[in-house]
Design a protein around this ligand. Structure first.
Ligand SMILES: Cc1cc2nc3c(=O)[nH]c(=O)nc-3n(C[C@H](O)[C@H](O)[C@H](O)COP(=O)(O)OP(=O)(O)OC[C@H]3O[C@@H](n4cnc5c(N)ncnc54)[C@H](O)[C@@H]3O)c2cc1C
Length: 524
């Protein structure tokens, strides 16, 4: 059976034809598992559309991975560095407006993407502007001019790319899909050319070592598709990304506030252990404290692996889902070292990639020869005037840290101290006086991220955009299970705050369509 409804006005969008898989007449509440950005977004949009929802969140605060922690006068940010959608012309900006996420706070944007320092005193400030970037790259690597031109050309073409906000692809009519296909037709040659080579394959074509090192430092992970480099340059050149003053805390709390004002409720410190299923329909959730919360629909915005294989015992899977969870790569787990320094470093670049003369060993297998340092001054609203925060993030093996924390707490602490000491030693050489003025230091390991957010293998952004996964649609429903949806970074390859929030919006749109409702949005 299908439902079709007519055209609406204002912020309403025409609801497409969708199979009616749920009891549209059931007025029961929708339970959302997880109060990260995906869950909060889904909750906001469902509330905007007249649904009664409740978010059940294991932690004590909203935001999930989008979080921060206070140490004395310093707020150490565990997430936000750059947010896509800070320019009013972009589709993501519209979404952040609807969610009240930026709430008038200042956006810090930078002319440079990062400063890369080489082993022999070479430096390169990588401009966000593609014309300037092209000039700088050719200046240091004239022998790679042809490759630089190709890269810049591809990035320039992708700079206007916007996600479809009107409807997720699954809800589009054939006509809408064809229209979208035509709109993005020009992308096909770019995808064909850039998707399949991994970064090392692509970068091997460059003759200049320092440029190769720079491009890898910019992309951050060598298992990714070369297309990621193109997209990253495309997003950065259009000045549509920046740091929102107040950081992750202010950002998450703003959306959580919007959700509550829209009439939603959040049950904190409550872990969902299983999803109740009757006759292949989700009917509620069972919490660790024994409570059973009935629901007309369940949306899981918690970790994908836990949802599918633990909360639902792996009963609703197909080849596509098994392929994802058995064969696809994840963003790695991270160690984050945060330092609070009682001194302003006004000349420090906001993002610096430093070579390490002595490799930094962060677990039983991983050694780093570069380190990326983020610097936040008082303009970030994370520390007072005259003070600085520096953070260093280092990919590390999750299992090493979770095992150590569980089985040998003393060694776990000793390993953490050793890494902090080494980071301070390196940074004190680069920023003389840092160690002397250091007031606070802190380290979060992959075990910390797992403990606080439950993300599978400590992944900080879900699926890594490798050639294997790019271009695949990750389903937000499970085969054979009605009344159930997923949102958050586990249903979007490439993760990140905009993707998590957009997937929450898409889930709300899908539920509206299912129930024959016009999807409506509003702004605070
Ligand atoms: C160090 C770091 C830096 C990052 N930098 C950026 C950046 O600069 N820009 C950007 O766009 N993105 C960045 N990201 C990625 C971004 O934070 C994530 O992709 C995004 O926040 C994911 O949101 P989510 O809602 O999908 O998942 P999560 O944030 O993981 O939220 C899931 C929520 O579900 C809860 N939960 C889990 N299990 C249960 C359960 N059983 N019962 C109840 N609740 C449960 C968790 O507590 C959590 O609150 C960064 C991430 C990290 C870690």
């Amino acid at each position: 059976m299908a439902t079709k409804v007519g055209k609406a006005e204002g912020n309403h969008h025409e609801a497409p034809i969708v199979p009616e898989t749920a009891a549209a007449a059931d007025p029961g509440k929708i339970v959302i598992i997880g109060g990260g950005i995906g869950g909060l977004s889904c909750g906001c949009y469902l509330q905007m559309n007249g649904f009664q929802t409740e978010i059940i969140e294991a932690g004590a605060l909203p935001g999930g991975l989008c979080t921060a922690w206070r140490r004395g006068p310093y707020v150490f940010d565990g997430c936000l560095r750059w947010l896509i959608g800070t320019h009013p012309s972009s589709a993501f900006y519209q979404m952040w407006q609807e969610l009240g996420a930026i709430a008038g706070r200042e956006i810090l944007t930078y002319d440079d993407i990062l400063l890369v320092e080489g082993a022999h005193g070479k430096t390169l400030a990588v401009p966000a502007d593609l014309d300037k970037l092209s000039r700088e790259f050719k200046h240091i690597a004239p022998e790679d001019t042809a490759l630089i031109d190709q890269l810049v050309r591809a990035a320039r073409r992708c700079a206007s790319l916007e996600p479809p906000l009107d409807n997720p692809v699954e809800l589009m009519t054939l006509f809408e899909k064809m229209r979208m296909g035509l709109r993005y037709l020009w992308m096909v040659p770019i995808i064909l050319k850039w998707k399949n080579p991994t970064l090392p394959t692509y970068l091997a074509r460059y003759r200049n070592d320092f440029l190769r090192e720079t491009l890898l430092a910019m992309a951050g992970n060598e298992r990714m598709s070369a297309l990621v480099l193109v997209m990253m340059l495309a997003f950065r050149t259009r000045q549509d990304s920046g740091f929102v003053a107040g950081g992750s805390w202010a950002f998450a709390e703003a959306i959580a506030g919007r959700y509550v004002r829209l009439g939603g409720t959040v049950r904190y410190k409550t872990r969902v252990v299983s999803i109740k299923v009757e006759h292949d329909r989700a009917t509620g959730v069972q919490c660790a404290d024994g409570a059973v919360v009935p629901a007309s629909t369940v949306v899981s915005c918690a970790d994908g692996y836990t949802t599918i294989f633990k909360m639902l015992d792996g009963r609703f899977v197909n080849k596509k889902i098994l392929f994802l969870y058995q064969r696809c790569d994840l963003f790695p787990a991270l160690i984050q070292v945060s330092l609070g320094i009682n001194q302003a470093f006004t000349d420090a670049p906001h993002t610096l990639s430093l070579p390490l003369l002595r490799p930094l060993i962060v677990d039983d297998q991983t050694r780093h020869t570069r380190m990326e340092v983020e610097t936040f001054g008082s303009d970030s609203a994370l520390c007072p005037e005259g003070k600085t925060i520096m953070t260093v993030r280092l990919p590390s093996r999750c299992e090493f840290w979770t095992h150590l924390r569980k089985n040998n707490r003393q060694r776990y602490r000793a390993e953490k101290r050793a890494i902090i000491r080494e980071v301070i030693r390196v940074l004190d050489i680069r920023f003389p006086g840092l160690a002397q003025h250091l007031e606070r230091s802190d380290i979060a390991t992959p075990a910390t991220f797992v403990r606080y957010t439950g993300n599978w293998q400590g992944s900080y952004e879900g699926w890594l955009p490798t050639p294997r996964i790019l271009g695949r649609r990750i389903p937000c429903t499970l085969p054979g299970l009605a009344g159930f949806f997923m949102a958050g970074h586990w249903v979007v390859a490439g993760g990140g705050l905009p993707s998590a929030a957009l997937s929450g919006r898409y889930a709300a749109q899908t539920i509206c369509a299912r129930d024959g409702k016009m999807f409506a949005t509003s702004e605070p």
